[in-house]
Design a protein around this ligand. Structure first.
Ligand code: MN
Length: 240
């Protein structure tokens, strides 16, 4: 690191509130693709026993509970995916299943917001998924619970409502790759670090939302996440 003075103001740290007080500093956001059979089937995607694969969202795409997010450009099929998020608290590489959960700091509820039309285009053209998965405000994340308070999240309902109507319902025990297995596999690709968040995949029921819609994402036992969809080009209104 150099001591040279910065030539632009630094961008602020991204944090997620912690239940009971404090803020979790976010380092990277990883997402698991295709981790519930029901969602693989609705997407008509490949082999149901493929190993997990990972993609990332930008750190500054996090928005917090209660926020209004602009309807993004470049899409006519803007979709939600409710996901359990694992918050990593300890550095780890090549983890074993026995040690993996020791690296979990806590858990929360997140949304993997997706420009589904752009994701499908990219997939068909064998191009990267960024345009569909990694864009402004694409990673709403609810308050995080310490593992000491909430335990390890191995089962329990995972649900999503739009305007009060249930759209997604699954159970964490339906994950093809469980939390330990996800940590093992990801830690073979990259060094996991404190502050990393991992979205663990979504059950069936994904569909489009529109300006004015209200999404409530929930995992049994964790604090739910509410997000409002603003008009196209509207400013982000983030809860303090
Ligand atoms: Mn997802």
């Amino acid at each position: 690191m150099s001591n040279a003075s910065l030539v632009l103001p630094p961008q602020g740290e991204t944090t997620v509130p912690v239940v009971g007080g404090g803020a979790f500093p976010v380092r990277r956001i990883y997402c698991v693709g295709r981790n519930y059979i029901s969602h693989i089937r609705e997407m008509k995607e490949a082999d149901e026993r493929d190993p997990p694969f990972f993609f990332q969202k930008p750190r500054d795409s996090i928005v917090t509970d209660g926020s209004t997010i602009p309807y993004p450009p470049l899409t006519d099929d803007y979709q939600y995916e409710v996901e359990l998020v694992i918050a990593v608290g300890k550095q780890g590489v090549n983890l074993t299943e026995a040690e993996a959960l020791d690296h979990v700091w806590g858990y929360g509820v997140a949304l993997d917001m997706t420009r589904r039309d752009r994701q499908r285009d990219a997939r068909a053209a064998m191009l990267p998924w960024e345009v569909g998965k990694a864009f402004d405000h694409c990673a709403p994340c609810g308050a995080l619970h310490r593992t000491a308070d909430c335990g390890h999240q191995a089962k329990g309902a995972i649900t999503l409502q739009v305007n009060g109507t249930e759209k997604q319902r699954g159970d964490l025990e339906q994950m093809i790759w469980n939390n330990s297995e996800i940590l093992v596999q990801l830690s073979r690709q990259v060094t996991l670090m404190p502050g990393d968040l991992i979205m663990t995949g979504t059950p069936a029921g994904v569909a489009a939302v529109h300006p004015g819609d209200v999404i409530v994402a929930a995992v049994e036992g964790l604090t739910p996440l509410t997000i409002h969809i603003g008009p196209k080009g509207s400013p982000l209104v983030q809860e303090a």
